[in-house]
Design a protein around this ligand. Structure first.
Ligand SMILES: Nc1nc2c(ncn2[C@@H]2O[C@H](COP(=O)(O)OP(=O)(O)OP(=O)(O)O)[C@@H](O)[C@H]2O)c(=O)[nH]1
Ligand SMILES: [Mg+2]
Length: 252
């Protein structure tokens, strides 16, 4: 089937927020400056954090606040945002982390790429400066190694970047097929979209870690959970490998 190119898309941004309510204001401001509607997901923040998000939603006309009463985790927050986006009629969602680590000036480039390749997932390929913690850098390398095995390809240069445009017609059904609510979500959805035959395109984006930034990444817990995700995805690949390989052969 021919892929849709340069068609009209209805795009919003999804910003999942947990303990990043202060940093999220600048992210929302930047999105608003590009006239993008925003779905801000309050992922079970404390009352003070919730209050700040309510203020932001009241201040910016194109911001819709979605509230998870309890903290579900990053994946749970993005999934809630996707459900709200589809209900509101959006076809695509730019997922942006609330911590302001990504180069927001790349938004127009990513939007253009999503319009040009509207069936495809448009992902960020992080270009880190010296501020990246070493532990996070090596964790990503290990993840990207496993993802190549899980997809039997090198099509995903980075599976953890929190800046990407989802085509919702394929991404929400994929996101509903698994329960991974925490940090493994970013990885698992890309692998599942690849299994489903969705084309994944990656473009560089600068990422920096501010010195006083809040990280929710729990080195031990999240790395153990991510290892379990890889175990599950490797088994999933074994089951699907005939299909994945057949699709590749017949596409040529
Ligand atoms: N970790 C985490 N993040 C959440 C949760 N709910 C929503 N988020 C949001 O998900 C995004 C990613 O969280 P970060 O703490 O920056 O995680 P990360 O980018 O993998 O980790 P760093 O590389 O240390 O920044 C941010 O926008 C968070 O506010 C949650 O329960 N846990
Ligand atoms: Mg982050």
């Amino acid at each position: 089937m021919a892929r849709a190119e340069n068609v009209n898309i209805n795009l919003c941004a999804i910003v999942p927020v947990y303990r990043h309510e202060s940093a999220s204001r600048a992210v929302v401001e930047k999105l608003a400056s590009y006239e993008l509607p925003v779905i801000l997901v309050d992922d079970g923040n404390a009352p003070e954090g919730h209050e700040i998000l309510v203020q932001i939603a009241n201040e910016f006309p194109k911001v819709q606040l979605v509230t998870n009463k309890v903290n579900l985790g990053k994946g749970g927050a993005v999934r809630s945002g996707m459900v709200a986006a589809v209900a509101a009629g959006y076809t695509h969602a730019l997922q942006v982390d609330a911590d302001g680590q990504h180069d927001m000036d790349m938004i127009p480039f990513f939007v253009k790429a999503a319009k040009k390749h509207s069936d495809d997932l448009i992902g960020g390929f992080p270009q880190y400066d010296d501020s990246v913690p070493k532990s996070r850098e090596s964790g990503r390398k290990i993840t990207n190694f496993w993802v190549a095995i899980e997809t039997l390809s090198r099509e995903i240069p980075d599976a953890m970047c929190g800046f990407r445009v989802y085509p919702l017609a394929t991404s929400l059904p994929a996101a509903k097929k698994f329960r991974n609510n925490r940090m493994g979500f970013d990885i698992e959805i890309l692998v599942r979209l690849s299994w489903a035959g969705v084309k994944l395109r990656f473009y560089p984006i600068k990422v920096s870690y501010p010195k006083d930034g809040v990280s929710n990444f729990r080195l031990f817990h999240d790395n153990v959970a991510i290892s379990l995700t890889h175990t599950k995805l490797c088994l999933g690949m074994l089951v699907r490998s005939p299909l994945i390989l057949a699709r590749r052969i017949f596409k040529k």
